[in-house]
Design a protein around this ligand. Structure first.
Ligand SMILES: Nc1ncnc2c1ncn2[C@@H]1O[C@H](COP(=O)(O)OP(=O)(O)O)[C@@H](O)[C@H]1O
Ligand SMILES: [Mg+2]
Length: 245
């Protein structure tokens, strides 16, 4: 049983094979991570999942429905939520208003229900205290957490996270890990995480897919991936040491 399934995905840019015959599948409620050295094809794959990139070959299904060529905004409505690597928030609005705007994009609910839903998610993320602050005054870490709240308030079946820990300090990363785990339990969310922070990946992911030069070179549990020779050599080539994996 899968909620999100990418099959035999290939994408070329001129002479460069950004993705070759890549399969990734996610079960309902499962937490998976996609890792790999720079240039491995992670962002391209994520863009294929969100609909920003149409693959040359292969197919993507969400809950059994073929979405390979479906527009990005329709995918969001079909239950594919995401946050952006460089997040967008409305600086003049409050935290609550920002979350409500996100939720309103995907929902036909009335304002009162949207407000309730948004407050609930903010509370689950430990942001209830700052719900009425203007977002422009918040720290970078807090703003990223608000973006996460906004995506979750849309009630996705699968949440795609593109480097949510980028730019966070280690205390903020710990908090993010804790809150993501909590959110997942509360919302039965499947999550696809693309992340450079290996500590975070190893703590959260049940299953890890490893890309290198556009191909999937390994797939397994964190324990399996940490001792996989092909993975170690891919990262060693980039100057990583074993301890970082
Ligand atoms: N729009 C594009 N045009 C040309 N080449 C691209 C484009 N997007 C990505 N690439 C190339 O495809 C490869 C994979 O890139 P990317 O998916 O961004 O890797 P990652 O996110 O793992 O660092 C890289 O060699 C990159 O330069
Ligand atoms: Mg990338």
């Amino acid at each position: 049983m899968t909620i999100l399934d990418a099959r035999a995905i290939s994408k070329r840019y001129g002479g460069l094979a950004a993705l070759t015959d890549v399969d990734v599948s996610v079960a309902p409620g499962q937490f998976v991570a996609i890792i790999g050295p720079n240039g491995a094809g992670k962002s391209t794959l994520l863009n294929v999942l969100t609909g920003l990139v149409v693959p040359d070959r292969g197919s993507v299904t969400l809950g059994g429905q073929e979405i390979t060529r479906m527009a990005t905004n329709r995918r969001v409505r079909a239950g594919l939520g995401r946050t952006f690597q460089h997040g967008r928030t409305f600086r003049r609005l409050t935290v609550l208003e920002n979350v409500m705007v996100g939720a309103a994009l995907e929902s036909k609910a009335n304002e009162r229900d949207l407000r309730e839903k948004s407050l609930q998610v903010l509370d689950q993320l430990g942001l209830a205290d700052i719900a009425h602050e203007s977002i422009g005054k918040l720290s970078y870490g807090h703003r990223r957490m608000v973006e996460l709240a906004r995506s979750v308030a849309c009630e996705p079946k699968v949440l795609l996270l593109d480097e949510p820990a980028a730019g966070l300090n280690s205390a903020e990363v710990d908090l993010l890990v804790e809150r993501l785990s909590h959110l997942r339990e509360q919302h039965q969310l499947a999550v696809v995480l693309i992340e450079h922070n290996m500590g975070m990946v190893m703590r959260l992911a049940e299953r890890i897919f490893v890309l290198n030069f556009g191909q999937k070179i390994a797939e397994g549990t964190p324990v399996e991936i940490q001792s996989d020779p092909a993975v170690l050599s891919a990262y060693l080539g980039e100057g990583y040491v074993h301890a970082r994996l």
